[in-house]
Design a protein around this ligand. Sequence first.
Ligand code: ATP
Ligand code: MG
Length: 432
Amino acid sequence: MSGEHVAERPEVPAARRPPGYGPCVLLKHGEIFLKGRNRHLFTQRLQDNLRIALRGVGGSTWIKTAQNVTVLGGQVPREVLVERARRVVGFNTVEPAVRVPSEQDEITRAAVDAVRTALAGRPAATFAVRVKRRDKGFPVTSFRMAGHLGARVREAVPALRVDLTAPELTLTVEIDRKETYLSCERLPGLSGLPVGSSGRALVLLSGGYDSPVAAHRAMRRGLACDFVHFTGAPYTNPASVYKAYALARELNRYQPPGDLHVIALGKAQKQLAVAGAGRLQVVAQRRLMVRTASALAATTGADALVTGDSLGQVASQTLANLAAVDEAATLPLLRPLIGWEKQEIIDEARTLGTADISVLPDEDCCTLLAPPRVSTRAGLPPLHAVERRLDLEELVGTLLAGAQVMRPGDGAVVPAGAGDAAPASGPRVPTA
Ligand code: ATP
Ligand code: MG
């Protein structure tokens, strides 16, 4: 038998399971461990975000928190709960589990059942039982309980061998005062800090691969994100808006949904060209974008801007040009991807689900009026000279007044503090 994989069918049908016995999901908290006296605020935020992520799940759910773990269950298939929980930033691991009363017989029965269920889905030849006794009042030590459960599992599935160093199947048993959780699978969560715990940011979202990945990285450091997209309208078609909308909707699945602001930049781009921007055109446009975004941020409550820049990736992203853009921002300009390779960014975009949208063709406003050769060392004095020929304050005001705001992925929900701050101009577009 040795070396052969064992596959099993679960023996106890759900209907005959004793009361109190049921599927649930164990969520282990990530970095909020480190947050000392503020930890309860982080935990609260994490749970609020989980609750929002569970909206529309199609059945009632419950959430319970012990010290560094959240337990999630309800009248919803466990896979659905797992899928939603894996999109909530701040959980290190997501474990499909079962919950039983903390009594030795119940735990034993559930352990055998859990191993059989696991083997039915994923055959294995070796196993180990790991027991954590969070409640020291439980009469049997973790060590002895692990030995006991291991022996019962072997009786039930004799072909399965014990391997404590590199088991193919690990049954984890966590004993609390009243309830015990058993699981055979540990999926990685999104880790990071709960979205919102670091404040709000405004992401400059283009249709490319980079800015959605940058937004996601910002969320993982606790920033709740709204989005602003600049189009070349009226000189370009609306394809880039549809892309930005689809990207924001995808990103909103990882956070309490943020707003997307769409601003038509085409006429202003033309004014920069007429003012003689020449080889500085792209950097001048980028400066106008961050200037406008900085003003918009005052209405969305953002304390920082986020872009998808990566050092040296294209001519507009040399150190000199990035510095020239910084100078036009009145808020910290965060660039989470500054040291990333393009391939790393694309790989991450695939994992997130934004790559399939980014790859679609559009008419990017940045290529509109772009000079044949972009300056790689845009100096500030010539940029200032171009900008002096325009009334920048009025221009930014006009751009903001024409902004449209929508909330991709969530037509009904207005998270606390965000909705009231949205600019009055432009329709709130109801969404699918
Ligand atoms: P991306 O893949 O995000 O489009 P990119 O490699 O095409 O980035 P650039 O076009 O130089 O790089 O843009 C750099 C950053 O400037 C983008 O990541 C984004 O944050 C911002 N940006 C560029 N164009 C727009 C736009 N039309 N609307 C909003 N932000 C933009
Ligand atoms: Mg781009």
